[in-house]
Design a protein around this ligand. Sequence first.
Ligand SMILES: [Fe+2]
Ligand SMILES: [Fe+2]
Length: 309
Amino acid sequence: MSDNTIQLTKEQVANLQELLTVDSTIAQLIELVNDPEVNFQKIVDVVEHDPVITTAILRLVNSAAFGLPRRIETVAHAIKMLGLRQLRALVLSFSVMRTTSKVEPQIWLHSYSTSVLMSGLIDTNNLPVERDIVLTSLLHDIGRVAMRQLDQSLYIELNQKAEQEKLPINEAEIQHFGVSHDTVSDWLLEAWNLPDSIRTPVAYHHHDEPPDELQVETALLQVVDYVDLKARELPCKDPSSELMEAVGIQQEAFDELHEYQKMKYPELDESGIIGWPSDDGGATKRMQNLEKANTMFPKFQEEKDSKTS
Ligand SMILES: [Fe+2]
Ligand SMILES: [Fe+2]
């Protein structure tokens, strides 16, 4: 395979423009949130004209990740709660989703069901985590889409090889691109000026060595990623035992989550999510699925007692 390899660089990835499918709403929002003297009411007006983005923003601020005591009902209030930094990440996620769902539906379906699993875990267990973590889950494999855009035939070939040889995709990527998608995802997030609260869990989502910061967020991302890939019978590496131990997550929790996700992902895949968020009907269905997932979710087990004793 040595004749079919390239060395991907940070510059190539940072310059990749095609990943952002920019329609007029997204373009307006990107411009507005990048403006230091932004007119708040203008952002609200643009968002209010897009029912799908409105729904997603309200859903996000009303999720347990925000821990707000009462329901937020208006776009203006929701955007105030989100803040410009998170709104920016959300807008970029929308843009990326539109591209990913078209060119790489499998990666998109995995990213989407991973983020639903993350949202369910946080909501059911009231986990004290960074509010960005649901967006982080949506964006975690964006490096795979970038690699595919940069060399489509090579990426398809390595995907097939990984499946045939039951090799985790990140190991096949290193053999062919000299780098794996966790690093490539981080390069992109850096180029888009996204914060460390998103970048660190993404950069470490296939690492054995725990990061210095955001260990709980990184551990949760490793768990939901692993659980969803396993449910889909795709090759994947176990979450880092060192990291799981550091944050007190028991390995047995994976089995319960695995059973849950095996049952859940086909339902999520079938709910018409391709094309989201441009397809309003599909988005509404997905919101309902999210609600359902949150109420059905198994309790996450933590090993607090055995750690302290
Ligand atoms: Fe990954
Ligand atoms: Fe993943």
